[in-house]
Ligand binder design. Structure first.
Ligand SMILES: CC(=O)SCCNC(=O)CCNC(=O)[C@H](O)C(C)(C)COP(=O)(O)OP(=O)(O)OC[C@H]1O[C@@H](n2cnc3c(N)ncnc32)[C@H](O)[C@@H]1OP(=O)(O)O
Ligand SMILES: O=C([O-])CC(=O)C(=O)O
Length: 377
């Protein structure tokens, strides 16, 4: 049937809304949050909390604004008893992203602002989500390991607190700095699939928790946030840097996608990979085990040579997190611990200037068929 509008597979390059939050230049490899280049935020020593504030308010906080904001976030980190109870009752071998999706949906029922759809209430819900998601991720991991969840430490930054909740001990300066950088780099990325899905849900004027639950389910897939875990599984399967090229060639011959490569928007180096590559190198050196970094580098070079594809954000985050001693199945939940800042920023922006998001499909099925009653078929 004649299409009323042009069909673009995967909505490639289709512009769905205006946004002030994130500027992405796929040709130049530039990524800006509210006009600030991520390289400047990282090299200038910004904290993840400053970036969250920027994404929600469009301006960097001054010192007293930042103090009030970090205090607000730190106060909201602990989980209510029913949520901890739920985590204890879930199957111990459940997928960590499925647990997060379930727990976030459940958290909404206990939010004191549940049912209040004012913008002020939605900012408070956003703060609770940013604060509590790392607690959900780490608490379930400890429960899974047969350990008691740890109480959040309000004196620690978001980055340091994550390790504290996971291990019960404070992280090193390098671990905190590396993780803070990873959190900043994953915070927002314009209309990626999970953010789009959050905006579609918010666009029906459904609530914040529904929008974020949609986003978590979307991030989980291996073509999106789930790729970082698949990258590490690939590196572990290869096992030896000397075997990497043959492994990749074999996978490419079988028309398999190599996880951590390619991007819908970037046609050059993903600017986030620049930092993650360096952090992965440093983390490997500090650990005295550089093989995962070396293997990653060999694969990166080969993929560029034979396929012209660059590493994306998920590629070097894998070997970085591995060298930081983080279990592989937590890599995608960690992505969510950061991206929750961008998701909530986009949901708030959607609420402020809402229009239902409802594209069209180009119909390619049959038409004008004659109905035959059941007893005649
Ligand atoms: C946080 C993030 O979401 S970053 C992305 C994380 N995802 C991954 O790393 C998974 C691996 N990468 C991919 O699957 C893709 O590159 C995506 C999903 C990121 C982008 O997909 P699209 O924009 O739809 O590109 P598409 O899949 O059509 O690829 C275009 C061509 O490049 C090839 N290609 C793209 N990525 C890869 C890859 N990782 N390995 C091998 N070939 C690839 C495709 O096979 C296709 O080739 P063809 O034209 O000969 O058929
Ligand atoms: O923008 C995208 O399509 C995927 C991505 O890199 C991200 O979500 O960080």
């Amino acid at each position: 049937m004649a299409a009323e509008t042009t069909f673009k597979a995967g909505l490639e390059d289709v512009v769905s809304n205006t946004s002030e939050i994130c500027f992405l230049d796929g040709k130049q490899g530039r990524l800006l949050y509210y006009g600030y280049d991520i390289h400047d935020l990282v090299d200038g020593g910004a904290s993840f909390e400053e970036v969250v504030y920027l994404l929600w308010h469009g301006e960097l906080p001054n010192q007293s604004q930042l103090k009030a904001f970090t205090d607000e976030l730190a106060k909201e980190r602990a989980l209510d008893e029913p949520v901890l109870d739920l985590l204890k009752r879930l199957p111990k071998d459940a997928n960590a992203m499925a647990v997060l999706r379930t727990a976030v949906s459940f958290l909404g029922l206990y939010d004191p602002d549940d049912g209040d759809e004012s913008l002020e209430a939605n900012y408070r819900k956003a703060a609770r989500l940013v604060a509590k998601i790392p607690t959900v991720v780490t608490s379930f991991e400890r429960i899974r390991q047969g350990l008691e969840p740890v109480q959040p430490d309000p004196s620690l930054s978001a980055a340091a607190n994550f390790f504290y909740l996971l291990r019960g001990t404070k992280p090193s300066e390098f671990e905190t700095k590396a993780f803070n950088t990873a959190l900043i780099l994953h915070a927002d990325h314009e209309l990626n699939a999970s953010t789009f899905s959050a905006r579609v849900t918010a666009g029906t004027l459904s609530d914040m928790y529904s929008a974020i639950t949609s986003a978590i389910g979307t991030l989980k897939g291996p073509l999106h946030g789930g790729a970082n875990e698949q990258v590490m599984r690939m590196l572990l399967e290869i096992g030896d840097p000397a075997k990497a090229i043959a492994w990749i060639d074999d996978a490419l011959t079988q028309k398999k996608k190599i996880m951590g490569f390619g991007h819908r928007v970037y046609r050059t180096e993903d600017p986030r990979a620049t930092h993650l590559r360096e952090l992965s190198k440093q983390a490997g050196e500090l650990k005295g085990e550089t093989k995962w970094f070396e293997m990653s580098q060999a694969i990166e070079k080969h993929m560029l040579d034979v396929k012209g594809l660059h590493a994306n954000v998920d590629f070097y985050s894998a070997s970085l997190y591995y060298s930081l001693g983080i279990p592989t199945h937590l890599y995608t939940p960690i992505f969510a611990c950061s991206r929750i800042s961008g998701w909530t920023a986009h949901v708030l922006e959607q609420y402020k200037n809402n229009r239902l998001i409802r594209p069209r499909a180009e119909y390619v099925g049959p038409t004008n068929r004659t109905f035959v009653p059941l007893n005649e078929r």
